[in-house]
Design a protein around this ligand. Structure first.
Ligand SMILES: Cc1cc2nc3c(=O)[nH]c(=O)nc-3n(C[C@H](O)[C@H](O)[C@H](O)COP(=O)(O)OP(=O)(O)OC[C@H]3O[C@@H](n4cnc5c(N)ncnc54)[C@H](O)[C@@H]3O)c2cc1C
Length: 396
């Protein structure tokens, strides 16, 4: 792998950097850099700004309306947008159901759903997990029973991220209860506006509402919304998870948070000197920086092999990415010291004469730390990823 950037790649980086600086709305940038919660409109606005530029689907091939960028271009794009303070792109359409539709969806499904994803004309959510079926996903109990030309779905999903905004859910349901666990599952595209769908919020540690319970009661799904073949949903579900896990590596996020950490350590004082001049603090920050560089190399290797379709190596990326994100959040909180808690949005805008890392950054550190605990759980826990690596990569 050649690690030297060509003049063309450097020009591309400068183009993305200038674009993000010029076009990213200030209010969105402010929220992202202070780890404040984004609203539906914030995401939709940024997606549409990118779509206007022709960059609405950075990881998709040109024939489906994507940019056709290679692995390095995608990586440059992600890192530059994140460093500028842009929100993450919503993964549910672009990097979860989108690739599944391209590989396994019918021509009608592709024509109907794919063009609406880049501008978030449809907001998708992921209906995999259920109470009692998280790591052991194949034990899921939601039932889809054949009824005329379609299915009737009953069950409960949980931890469904941002389902409060969703128009559609890609949902795993059991269509053959007699078959071995993985064999009897199908993937259905379910309309969230159906009267049988109820979304209830789950409040998280930082007081926010990102995740939900979703109850499905006699929800009708036409047969045209079945992905691929009935009872083969496990294959499509695993393909989707590979894409999800690669995304959770969060390289752009790591680069941005490293920059914030350095600024915080420059501003914070220890014995009258910037904390950044403390040798031990510099060591710890350098170590994370090296970890991020290694993650970047690994991501490029995975993304440039297998035509970009991630295999079990995505589990390595998922583990390392989530560990680094948590290390960054932990160190930011240490630098902020006692000012990291409590998280108080009013105080964050206070114009106080403050000797620490800055009241905004300090308060954001506590919220960021709480928020980052989830990265080693969602998309499959660290322990479960280690099991996959042991079996499928190391052949143990
Ligand atoms: C913030 C957040 C957002 C999420 N968003 C979504 C979403 O949008 N859609 C969705 O479908 N799901 C979502 N999830 C659910 C997520 O995928 C599950 O939480 C995850 O798979 C773990 O399942 P569980 O919570 O049932 O824990 P469990 O499976 O009960 O695990 C409990 C503990 O046991 C360990 N464990 C379990 N099995 C094994 C094993 N075989 N070997 C070793 N250790 C094991 C786990 O590592 C964990 O520490 C989200 C979760 C979170 C926290």
């Amino acid at each position: 792998m050649n690690l030297t950037w060509t003049p063309q790649e450097r020009r591309f980086r400068d183009e993305v950097r200038a674009f993000a600086e010029a076009k990213l709305p200030e209010d969105i940038r402010g929220k992202v850099l202070l780890h404040q919660r984004l609203e539906r409109d914030d995401y939709v606005r940024w997606h549409n700004i990118l779509a206007d530029q022709g960059w609405g689907a950075p990881s998709w091939p040109v024939e489906h309306g994507g940019t056709g960028w290679n692995a390095l271009e995608r990586l440059i794009f992600e890192v530059e947008c994140f460093k500028a303070g842009a929100p993450r792109l919503l993964p549910f359409g672009l990097s979860m159901i989108g690739p599944v539709l391209m590989k396994y969806g019918s021509a009608e499904q592709q024509a109907r759903f794919l063009p609406r994803i880049p501008r978030v004309e449809d907001w998708w959510c992921q209906g995999y997990s259920e109470p009692g079926s998280g790591s052991d996903l194949a034990s899921l109990k939601t039932r889809a029973e054949r009824d005329g030309d379609g299915f009737v779905v009953n069950g409960q999903k949980t931890w469904t991220t941002l389902a409060q905004y969703a128009d559609w859910m890609f949902c795993l349901a059991r269509t053959d209860p007699g078959a071995r666990a993985q064999r009897g599952i199908s993937m259905l595209l379910l309309d969230m506006r159906d009267p049988g769908v109820t979304v209830r919020p789950i409040r998280t540690l930082d007081g926010g509402h990102d995740v939900n319970e979703v109850w499905l009661e006699n929800v009708r799904v036409p047969a045209a919304n079945l992905i691929g073949e009935e009872n083969q949903g496990w294959t499509y579900a695993k393909y989707l998870l590979g894409h999800e896990r690669t995304g959770i590596a969060g390289l752009g996020h790591c680069h941005r948070e490293l920059g914030i950490l350095k600024r915080m350590a420059e501003n914070a004082r220890s014995h009258g000197r910037p904390l950044l001049s403390d040798g031990r603090m510099r060591d710890r920050i350098s170590r994370i920086e090296v970890d991020i560089m290694a993650l970047e190399m690994l991501l490029l290797r995975v993304a440039s092999s297998n035509d970009g379709a991630p295999g079990p190596e995505a589990s390595v990326l998922k583990i390392r990415g989530s560990e680094i994100q948590q290390d960054l959040a932990m160190l930011q909180m240490e630098v902020a010291g006692p000012d990291a808690w409590p998280y108080d949005p009013d105080w964050m805008s206070a114009d106080a004469a403050f000797q620490g890392p800055g009241p905004e950054m300090a308060a954001a550190a506590g919220a960021g730390y709480a928020d980052m605990r989830k990265t080693s759980i969602y998309g499959g826990t660290t322990e479960v990823q280690k099991g996959i690596i042991a079996r499928q990569v190391l052949g143990l």
